[in-house]
Ligand binder design. Sequence first.
Ligand code: PAF
Length: 275
Amino acid sequence: MRVVHNESGLEAVSAGAIIPTMGALHEGHLALVRRAGRLAAPVVVSIFVNPTQFGPGEQCRRYPRTLEADLAAAQDAGADVVFAPDVQTMYPPEKEISVPPLPPVATRPGLEDAHRPGHFAGVCQVVARLFDLVKPSVAVFGEKDYQQLLVITDMVRAETDRWPGLHVESVETVRDGEGLALSSRNAYLHPGQRDQALGLYSAMTSARRAASHGAIPAAMESLMHAILAEHRLTVDYAAVRDARTLEAPDPSRPARVLLAARLGELRLIDNMPLE
Ligand code: PAF
């Protein structure tokens, strides 16, 4: 496996698969690397904590950084290249990085877009730059960040001239034995907070059960709010939405539950399809 820090190191890399990450790799990321390995070669894992997607007070500088362990994990999972650039390489002061217009799914739902203004603009900026540098044929993202997955899928669909033939592949969320979605931010959970964090899984699975008994979306949302409150979580949103547009659900189309809740300084997000 090669470790590359700048643009020139990527010259021989194109038409492969990219897994954009901010590092602190866990099994969820490694599932993406393994999926990528079945789809295209070379497999490039990027590791870059992108400052432009953090809002004020979101503490980009405190994001966990574990490069040595990440390199070993990426290699074991089958990565061919790790691209670990610095800020100057990603955002050269002399170069204007063109960012495609944000698709409606990044601005209309009133979910992450409303609670983290500027976040999706930062994500699209960094992902667009990575696609320009690595020129992948496949980009692999996890369903854990479901709204991000849709935003990037729609950005790529709207920019077929810029990234012709690029396919966005999604991989299901990886959970631990009790249902907690794996996330680099789980490193900040102290033992007493784990049970509280499991409130998200409990809320989503209860909503699913209610759906299977014919509950309407508003009833599922109230149920999720109540379960999150029982776990002493501060709810940003607990919503049932159309799985493709993230607008109000239509009974004839697939729907998804999406949650964001805060636990002290930590913000947890999760989501699940409704059957
Ligand atoms: O999902 C993430 O870790 C980040 O948002 C991404 C896609 C790597 C962009 O910085």
